[in-house]
Design a protein around this ligand. Structure first.
Ligand SMILES: NC(=O)c1ccc[n+]([C@@H]2O[C@H](COP(=O)([O-])OP(=O)(O)OC[C@H]3O[C@@H](n4cnc5c(N)ncnc54)[C@H](OP(=O)(O)O)[C@@H]3O)[C@@H](O)[C@H]2O)c1
Length: 287
């Protein structure tokens, strides 16, 4: 029996991940902690809590994920996404736990023009990306054989996300303006959770890019959401990122190359449109 600790267990990915781990590893003990049980910004208590639980695996999905919020509050972004990850890594060292931590496509600047490989040099454009990149570096420095999973454009039934937002706006407005100059791969938290389980089963280490396959812009993604939900009479208008003037700059093209996952682990995730269809058929009331 393994003891697996999920930190960030009440977040969008965390909830699906805990459910998936229970199904994938019925013999193991799965513990889920979130802000009620641990504050990863606190070095001493984070290390003590982890050491006392003595897990064999720690999967850290806790983060400050509001990209514009991070831009406006750099101190908190680094306290959670960088120092918080360092504290978790230090806790893991006290009990020899294996560490899995989640990272993001936003560590890249989006200027490459083709899908990013694990070994491509990070060059984040915003505070969120910089803080997550620092978190990656801490884990690599402190924990031997840690697993870093970079993913992107997540949606799932448990969190605020683009799918829910488009569904809600479609009920309120006849015209939706959606950005058409950022390209990525929408990724379903259930698919990602299954991939994380498989990576744990195979004791993967190092960096892996994990996302649903194929890519699109937010505009094409919004159109697919409406089409697959059977919503008619709502017009989607393509706009540029500049027109929205969000506090944080986003990469224009941050598609993750997932060939390493296929080559070394023997699987990839299904196309994003297929996963989205599956999600919408069971959660059409969301948003
Ligand atoms: N969402 C995306 O599109 C996306 C894309 C790429 C990578 N990722 C990465 O994937 C992971 C999961 O993302 P997600 O969207 O599931 O995030 P999420 O829904 O925001 O969940 C993160 C969880 O961590 C908790 N948390 C925040 N600060 C904490 C602290 N100091 N101590 C303990 N827990 C804390 C949050 O609690 P509160 O809600 O109360 O703050 C929340 O329950 C993150 O590492 C994220 O950076 C996400």
């Amino acid at each position: 029996m393994r003891r697996i600790l999920v930190i960030g267990a009440k977040g969008m990915l965390g909830r699906d991940l805990v459910e998936t781990l229970h199904t994938s590893f019925p013999e193991d003990e799965i513990t889920g902690w979130d802000v009620g049980e641990i504050d990863i910004q606190e070095e001493r208590s984070t290390i003590t809590r982890i050491r006392d639980l003595n897990p064999g695996w720690i999967i850290n999905v806790a983060a400050f994920t509001d990209v514009d919020g991070c831009e406006l509050n750099e101190k908190e972004a680094f306290a959670i996404n960088a120092e918080g990850v360092r504290h978790v890594a230090l806790g893991a060292v006290t009990c020899g736990a294996k560490v899995v931590t989640l990272s993001t496509d936003y560590i890249f600047d989006g200027k490459k023009g083709s899908p990013y490989l694990e070994e491509d040099s990070p060059h984040p454009l915003n505070v969120y990306g910089r803080s997550k990149w620092k978190g990656e570096q801490y884990v690599q420095e402190l924990v031997k054989d840690a697993l870093i999973i970079r993913t992107q454009w997540l949606y799932g039934k448990y969190g605020k996300n683009f799918v829910a937002s488009i569904m809600r706006q479609a009920r309120e407005k006849a015209v939706l303006s959606v950005v058409n100059d950022q390209v990525g791969s929408p990724t379903y938290t259930v698919d990602l959770s299954r991939a994380i389980s498989l990576l744990i089963e195979r004791e993967a280490r190092g960096i892996f890019h994990v996302a649903n396959s194929d890519a699109c812009t937010w505009y094409h993604y919004a159109r697919a959401i409406l089409k697959l939900s059977g919503i008619e009479g709502v017009k989607v208008v393509p706009i540029s990122s500049k027109e929205l003037a969000y506090p944080a700059v986003r990469p224009a093209y941050s598609v993750l190359n997932t060939e390493k996952l296929k080559r070394e682990m023997g699987f990839t995730l299904r196309p994003w449109a297929e996963a989205l269809k599956d999600y919408l058929s069971s959660h059409s009331e969301q948003g």
